[in-house]
Structures are given as C-alpha cells and as structure tokens.
Design a protein around this ligand. Structure first.
Ligand SMILES: Nc1nc2c(ncn2[C@@H]2O[C@H](COP(=O)(O)OP(=O)(O)OP(=O)(O)O)[C@@H](O)[C@H]2O)c(=O)[nH]1
Ligand SMILES: [Zn+2]
Length: 196
C-alpha cells in the first residue's frame, strides 16, 4: 500500500488557518487530503481525526448521520490547541461509495438499519481500510496520536498498522431526531462508544 505526496498549500478556513496536503493512493487512484496545523514532527502525540468521506454529512448538511458536526468539532479542537491534523480519507459510505450509500439510504427508508442495508446490497457492514494512514503519517514524521473517535475498531486498525494511539478523544456530537436510531445501531452493532 503506497501513497504519493502530490502538493500542499495554505488553506484558510472559517475554523482556522490550516494547510492542505494532497496524496494519491497508488493502488486505488483515490485522492486523499490532510488538513494540518502547527508543528507536527516534534515527536509529541498529535491530536488527529481520521475522517471517512461523507458528502451528504460533510458538505450537504445531512442530518442522517453525525459526520458534519464531528468534522467541524475536530477542526475547532485542533484550532483551539493550535496543532493537529485531519486525515480525510475518500472512502465514502464506509467504503461502498456515494451511489451505493444512497441505495442503502433507500433501504433504510424502507425499514432496514445501516448494517442490514449494506448486507442486503452485498457489502460488508464496514468495508473501510486505514492502511494509507501509515505512509501519510510517515510523511509528516508523526508516530503517536491522540485520536478523536468513538470507534474502537478504528483505534485497533491503526494500532495494527503500528501507529501508536496514546489516547482516544471522544467525539460525541451531532445527535438529532433523524440520526437517533443510526447512532443506536453504531453502539449495538458496530461497537461504538457513545454515552448518550
Ligand atoms: N454504508 C453506509 N455508510 C454510511 C451511512 N451513514 C454514514 N456512512 C458513512 O460512514 C462513514 C463514517 O463512519 P461512522 O461509522 O459514522 O463513524 P466512524 O468514522 O467509524 O467513527 P467515529 O470516528 O467515531 O466517527 C462515512 O464514510 C459515511 O459516508 C450509512 O447509512 N450507510
Ligand atoms: Zn455521514
């Protein structure tokens, strides 16, 4: 699994002054990005969010999930500390792609939960891979993370790659009347750690 660093530039945002770094996944051709702030290579653990693409939640204000508020929370927290990174992976819909996610939403509208919908479409409940994180982190000289996630499987997947997750920072935000059952399924079927 290899990624190629392509380009970087300043990225002023409404939430703070980040830089954006583009990587090409040699195997899949996917274009991943990192938003970074501060000095990341000083060997102190880095506050990090590994965020999987969700066009509907991240860009279109969907209330079906909690992705948009989580991304915003992560960027705000990094900006407040002045140091950290978002690894934004282009694995939409837990890896099944945008159009299949819309198909899954249609099945959910008809009564399936998120896991059942993926399975009905012939996919794994969660087909995501995190392998590219390793060379991306190496590019920045980052070895140790404070990872913003509620998903213990994400912590395990990164640890299995040899990335040291020294702390898990909960990211419990974005609950609304439309995503209540979606979040409940994350807890009951996907092992997420949510207190509310
Ligand atoms: N297939 C499918 N994917 C979804 C659905 N809702 C959100 N997603 C995708 O799920 C991914 C986000 O995963 P989540 O399970 O919400 O969260 P996580 O990244 O595992 O865990 P956190 O780090 O705690 O946010 C994004 O790629 C979304 O596009 C859905 O109903 N079906
Ligand atoms: Zn989402």
């Amino acid at each position: 699994m290899e990624v190629k660093f392509i380009a970087e530039a300043e990225l002023p945002t409404a939430l703070g002054e980040f830089s954006i770094h583009g990587f090409e996944d040699i195997v899949t051709g996917k274009e991943h990005v990192v938003l970074a702030m501060g000095d990341l290579s000083d060997d102190q653990p880095v506050l990090c969010r590994v965020h999987s693409e969700c066009l509907t939640g991240d860009a279109l204000f969907s209330l079906r999930c909690d992705c948009g508020p989580q991304l915003q929370f992560a960027m705000e927290k990094i900006a407040a500390e002045g140091r950290g990174m978002i690894i934004y992976l282009r694995q939409e819909g837990r890896g099944i792609g945008l159009l299949n996610k819309i198909k899954a939403y249609a099945l959910q509208d008809a009564g399936a939960d998120t896991v059942e919908a993926n399975v009905k479409l012939g996919f794994e409940p969660d087909g995501r891979e995190y392998d590219v994180c390793k060379p991306i982190l190496e590019h920045f000289g980052v070895r140790r993370l404070r990872l913003m996630t509620n998903n213990p499987r994400k912590v395990d997947a990164l640890s299995d790659l040899g990335i040291e997750v020294v702390d898990r920072v909960p990211i419990e935000i974005g609950l609304n009347q439309h995503n209540e059952s979606y979040l409940a399924v994350k807890v009951s079927k996907m092992g997420h750690l949510l207190r509310n």
